[in-house]
Ligand binder design. Structure first.
Ligand code: PSU
Ligand code: MN
Length: 301
């Protein structure tokens, strides 16, 4: 049922490094036409670091691990491309639907294909107002039962970050800062919250992956939280101000469910004159490069 591209299949068979990339950020996280350029640019960055990119999506009911240029174009430009969490996968497959995969669906399909390292921007998590809405991304629960390493810039700052960190602890998901003892804040280098563990090299990350395997236990993920460089972060005061606006607008307009995350991200882009987009891209680029180096260290192990 899973369609693994020839390039990815060959790389996996030869134990060469492969990095999974999600597609929701392309279809629903970034404005057109920049989104397609970014998708291609991220794949190039993985290649430059000596790994093979495996962008993941579902097209016409077929889960694809590794997309060609035409397929990437469909994800970026096709109207009606759905947003698929892992629970949506069987529904999309059975009905022949096309959709971009979130962190949860991407991690699931990557693990199924045997890809161990995954790069994204920011994870989903516990939303502010959780006590009223119970809105919590399926990313967290899925990462508690999927053996994958996710390189990300923390969780999206639109979320309740401390609550998300607490949930990750409850769920037993390992979290380490990369080169920092501060948990990154997606658009910001520092979310204002500490992280208990710091890893400093791709080899160290690969050692943790090996230890996860050796210790067995629940097949949980490893989150490598890699901060956006300080020079490229969104200006913290601007971030605080526009985010408050965005959350307010979301409530005013009664946006709920799957639409919340894309709505907030879009609001930030439009009200920071693109600065949030630049910070977002800087974060993703850094994550993709680090993930490729982690995949290389893992492949050597
Ligand atoms: N980070 C981004 N842009 C995005 C997302 C994350 O920079 O579009 C996506 C990811 O795919 C993540 C999803 O899994 O948002 C979470 O959505 P929700 O909160 O509806 O679970
Ligand atoms: Mn949600």
């Amino acid at each position: 049922m899973l369609v693994v591209s020839e390039e990815v299949r060959e790389a996996l068979a030869a134990r060469r490094p492969v990095v999974a990339l999600e597609s929701t950020i392309i279809a629903h996280g970034l404005p057109r036409p920049r989104n397609l350029q970014v998708a291609l640019e991220l794949e190039d960055a993985v290649r430059e670091e000596g790994a093979v990119p495996a962008t993941i999506a579902v097209l016409d009911g077929r889960p694809q691990v590794g997309l060609d240029k035409r397929q990437l174009e469909r994800v970026a430009n096709e109207d009606g491309i759905r947003k698929l969490g892992h629970r949506d996968l069987p529904l999309a497959v059975a009905t022949g639907a096309s959709g971009a995969t979130t962190v949860s669906a991407t991690a699931r399909l990557a693990a199924l294909a045997g890809v161990r390292v995954f790069a994204t921007g920011g994870l989903g998590g516990v939303h502010r107002q959780w006590t009223e809405t119970q809105d919590e991304s399926a990313d967290l629960g899925l990462l508690a039962r999927t053996r994958i390493t996710v390189v990300c810039a923390g969780v999206k700052s639109i979320l309740d970050v401390p609550a998300t960190l607490e949930r990750l602890e409850t769920l037993g998901v390992a979290v380490a800062g990369y080169g920092t003892d501060r948990f990154p804040g997606f658009y910001l280098s520092d979310s204002g919250h500490p992280v208990d563990w710091t890893l400093r090299t791709p080899e160290e990350v690969a050692e943790v992956m090996r230890a996860q395997n050796a210790l067995r236990g629940p097949e949980s993920a490893l989150i490598v939280a890699n901060p956006v460089p300080r020079a490229e972060q969104l200006e913290p005061e601007l971030h605080a101000r526009v985010l408050a606006d965005a959350l307010h607008a979301c409530e005013e307009e009664g946006v709920t469910g799957q639409a919340v995350t894309p709505f907030l991200l879009d609001h930030l882009v439009r009200h920071t004159d693109g600065a949030s987009l630049r910070a977002n891209l800087a974060a993703v680029r850094g994550n993709v490069r680090l993930a490729a180096r982690v995949a290389a260290a893992w492949a050597r192990m």
